[in-house]
Design a protein around this ligand. Structure first.
Ligand code: ATP
Length: 215
């Protein structure tokens, strides 16, 4: 169950000229909590996630971490952020090093075990199936031992079977309640099954009602 506060989002917005990419949002996130961001295309889900990841800037508002200083965040964007010509192990070693791991080899091995990537360790990332590549993306995001994992439509490109397998692995990963998770999705069933609560963005309430009626 979600525990004490991890971060507080107050009045975060993003504007591009006249375009309001993200309407003001307030959100409290607890340690270990799993939140689904729901909303139609263009609602601002990616915008919010990228601000939380530190790769996008808010026009207004603040993100305050409970400890008073930013905590490591693991970020999995929609487009794979890895090196296709490197092997699975080489990618993980590289990102472990970038995250400042004292022993990048040992960290890479631990991530391979955690993401169940053992049989693919020496395979180039470009040769992986879509589902396995997504698991590698997730393993990369775990390299810095994040307190918060951010996933932008993690199953958007996966087949129904791959979606099921990825969620089974993710549910396992989250089960110790150590990490919080915020993910965006177009699938209501994912949101209801794998999140503690849903947050609707940009007309998302109506989107949620229509999606429920469809289900
Ligand atoms: P999707 O489900 O399609 O990924 P989303 O909910 O993630 O949608 P965002 O990608 O966050 O939505 O975009 C929110 C709005 O901001 C959209 O109207 C988009 O066109 C606009 N937007 C995003 N980035 C920029 C940019 N760099 N310049 C101008 N407008 C932008």
């Amino acid at each position: 169950m979600p525990g004490e506060a991890l971060l507080t989002i107050r009045g975060i917005t993003r504007r591009y000229g006249q375009v309001e990419a993200l309407a003001p949002i307030d959100l409290d996130v607890a340690r270990g909590e799993r939140i689904a961001l729901i909303g139609p295309n263009g609602a601002g889900k990616t915008t919010l996630l990228s601000i939380l990841a530190g790769v996008g800037q808010a026009s207004d508002g603040a993100v305050v971490w409970a400890a008073g200083s930013p905590r490591p965040v693991g970020w999995v964007p929609q487009q794979p952020a890895l090196y296709p010509r490197l092997t699975v192990r080489e990618n993980l070693r590289l990102f472990a090093g970038l995250e400042g791991a004292a022993d990048a080899d040992a960290t890479a091995d631990a991530l391979i075990a955690r993401a169940d990537l053992g049989e693919f360790a020496t395979r180039r990332a470009s040769a992986l199936s879509t589902g396995t590549m997504q698991r590698l993306n997730l393993a990369i995001a775990l390299a810095g031992q994040p307190a918060l994992l951010l996933l932008d439509e993690p199953t958007g490109t996966l087949s129904p079977d791959q979606r099921t397998r990825l969620w089974s692995w993710l549910d396992d990963l989250m089960s110790d309640g150590e990490m919080a998770l915020i993910f965006s999705t177009q699938f209501m069933d994912e949101a209801t099954r794998h999140a503690d609560r849903m947050v609707a963005l940009g007309g998302g309430d109506e989107f949620m009602r229509l999606a429920r009626d469809d289900a």
